[in-house]
Design a protein around this ligand. Sequence first.
Ligand code: NAP
Length: 494
Amino acid sequence: MICVSIGRTRHKMMILEHRALADQGAELVELRLDYLSRLPDLKRLIDERPTPVVVTCRRKQDRGRWRWQEDARLTLLRTAIVSGVDYVDLEDDIAGSVPRFGDTKRIVSHHNFEETPDDLEERHAAMAKLDPDIIKIVTMANSPSDCARMLELVAASEVPTLGFCMGEFGLPSRLLCGKYGAPFTYATFDGERVMAPGQLPFSQMKDLYRYDQIGEQTQVFAVLGDPIGHSLSPLLHNKAFEHHNVDAVYLPIRIPRDSFRESLEDLDWLGIRGYSVTIPHKKAAYEFADEPDGSVEKIGAANTLFKTADGLWHATNTDSKAAIDSLKAALPEGVSLRGKNTIVLGAGGAARAIVYGLLEEGAFVTIANRTNSKAETLAGELGCQFVRWEHRGKDYRDILVNCTPVGMYPDMDETPFPQNWMSENILVFDTVYNPENTLLIKQARERGCRTVSGIEMFARQAAEQFEKFTGIAPDLEHLRSTVRKTISPVNYES
Ligand code: NAP
């Protein structure tokens, strides 16, 4: 169950939001009485409540907004209990002085906004002595392992425990606490009004992560990166799980630079079955893998880690295959990449994977990169040609591939390759996928060239990962349309 927190300065707005949430299917709502600008009129808020409620009134010392005396707050909490509210939230230092009465369930809570302390278990054991129906323990996660520790505590607790971590590192625990027995998790009314660091909007919890479907048996997958907040992979994979009726959830997990192995070892307890890996961890993923495949060995980077029945971490690089499949799909029937004269712009991770794939297919590849020395090094490592950046318009005949971010939102009026250098009737592949129709793609079409967009590659690399994770070949068109909907022009403004 998801408990949605609402905190507004006016009673009227609180009541309206509560009704709106009930209409959206919320089953439990937390009324943050400390947000009200006047002394709370509890009766007005709860008499015709459209859902069960948790009554909470936080002091300033707990990052709440209560501006009156502590006595008045305690009276309010006692009144809530006598009025028969469904749950009342009592901080652990006052829980002992507010007695149980009637059917109201007591949530004994503790917050630590700085860290997940070493004495988490001791704190939890002390709270268990305060006559709780539910223990709520919420701490700041400063690393992925804090989440794992918190979830282990939730799983081991005899008293139902709402345990999760705040902050970006804490997100997995907010989404997985129910899997380990937490009676509910918290969400916010919308993204504008977040009441604790890392809180997700109700709609995302419900529709993207399908929190209420996550159970003991639900398999967990994740994307690892730093930063990770803007990754589209959670959207793509979660929508695909829903589309294909797979009991699984896919989370974003921020893994700090230089702590890849250590973080994955700490997360081991969660039994995660597969990871997508993005910047800056693709090399570390290769080094972490027990069984890297041939593409990973040659590219020196992996974007996918997955466990099979042997219990080992296998690694592959779906970027390479996705790019090659995208190009092949755009070639006329019966035409292959063998012998195709191709220029690749860029010498970063994407270029490395794509050049490797092209060479495997027998294409002739030339690399050009803004920093010429990197093009030379990559060409030397993979065994192909390079050309100086300023000469990238010369000497190519069949295919142009952009593996730089030039043209990506918000710099959509830029192109890595001037239109007047472009030959007619070549194949132009821009790996940039936001926007789908980059300036490079538009100008190539004006020249009569065939084009391949970054969305094609993005959808295909996710499809390949999905198949490695679940054994199911996903509906590619569904993946494409999921990405397109998300990066439609409307979203450029947000
Ligand atoms: P990366 O490792 O950081 O490499 C970036 C490359 O772009 C470097 O070669 C860099 O040149 C070059 N570059 C950066 N800014 C430039 C500029 N203003 N002008 C000219 N060259 C510039 O990144 P990556 O992982 O290879 O990703 C590159 C792009 O590929 C991403 O931005 C993304 O749009 C795309 N991509 C798409 C997919 C997909 O599924 N569609 C997947 C992966 C990547 P220097 O060496 O001179 O810095």
